[in-house]
Ligand binder design. Structure first.
Ligand SMILES: NC(=O)c1ccc[n+]([C@@H]2O[C@H](COP(=O)([O-])OP(=O)(O)OC[C@H]3O[C@@H](n4cnc5c(N)ncnc54)[C@H](OP(=O)(O)O)[C@@H]3O)[C@@H](O)[C@H]2O)c1
Length: 261
């Protein structure tokens, strides 16, 4: 099978490096010449990755086409191309619904959306998919946790939840820099904080929904430090802010306007 990437940006590179480095993927991969430094480096690093100068040629040669240009570039990019009914098109573009994509790639009718996350480069993290397609799940399942839904409105919930990434890193950095502000060595603060967040995130992995809901209460000692901090956060409205932020991102995705990750 030949997979072609229309757009060789940050997320295409993460997927390709994940497949090649973490999953020993060895089928042919075609990539756009655009972002010439990045595409040349990928082709240099992996024998089975090949730069294709023209998008038309890339699409013509590919069995699966992964659309990885920015949302505002998708329509213009696809409009110039001719797809076949025997191909699969997988769009990574935030906020562009299946109905519009299907118009642009007709007569190809096998159209999906995916939301990979940057940790895919290291073979980790969720890959949201819509609709369910066992062969696409199998590919992304090699380098992440493939989670599929058949309803595009449900898919938008994944899109909204994926927006917590920058806030998560900011929280880790804030705890570390707070320690520094109290005269701790930066390396010591970072070592402690990153290990703490890593361990806690690991504990949530694979928990059943009901266990996930009770983890917070179970690690509290009544009158203890965790209870004090949780109460401060809850009373200040931080959980309400989290939910309101997710609602705002969801509303943006549901408005079907162009969005960027
Ligand atoms: N980054 C993420 O974490 C992430 C996660 C999930 C989904 N996504 C989605 O994935 C898509 C790509 O995101 P990104 O972060 O990888 O963006 P990016 O780094 O800006 O990459 C976009 C790429 O598209 C290329 N391009 C633009 N027009 C093109 C055309 N007509 N033909 C071929 N290539 C073209 C650009 O080339 P030039 O540099 O030469 O302009 C660039 O290589 C977006 O739609 C985004 O919503 C991103």
């Amino acid at each position: 099978m030949i997979v072609g990437f229309l757009g060789t940006g940050a997320i295409s590179e993460a997927i390709i490096r994940g497949l090649c480095d973490k999953a020993n993927y060895s089928d042919r991969i075609l990539i756009s010449k655009r972002s010439p430094g990045r595409s040349a480096k990928l082709a240099h690093d992996y024998d089975h990755v090949e730069v294709v100068a023209e998008n038309a040629s890339l699409v013509e040669k590919s069995d699966w086409v992964i659309v990885a240009v920015l949302p505002g570039q998708v329509e213009a990019t696809l409009a110039k191309l001719t797809f076949r009914s025997d191909q699969k098109v997988i769009s990574l573009a935030a906020g562009i619904p299946l109905a519009r994509l299907s118009e642009w790639v007709f007569p190809c009718t096998n159209v999906s959306r995916a939301i990979p996350m940057p940790p895919i480069e290291f073979g980790m993290g969720p890959v949201a998919l819509c609709p369910q397609d066992p062969s696409i799940e199998a590919l992304f399942g090699r380098i992440g946790t493939a989670v599929s839904v058949s309803d595009e409105e449900q898919f938008n919930l994944f899109g909204a939840a994926s927006a917590v990434m920058a806030d998560y890193f900011d929280q880790v950095a804030t705890v570390s820099s707070w320690m520094e502000s109290h005269a701790m060595e930066p390396d010591t603060a970072a070592r402690y904080t990153t290990s703490l967040y890593h361990a806690l995130a690991s504990l949530t992995l694979g928990q059943a929904p009901e266990d996930l809901q009770s983890m917070s209460a179970e690690c509290l000692t009544p009158g203890g430090l965790n209870e004090q901090f949780l109460t401060t956060c809850t009373d200040s409205g931080s959980r309400d802010t989290l939910k309101a932020g997710l609602d705002d991102v969801l509303a943006r995705l549901e408005s079907n306007t162009d969005s960027t990750s």
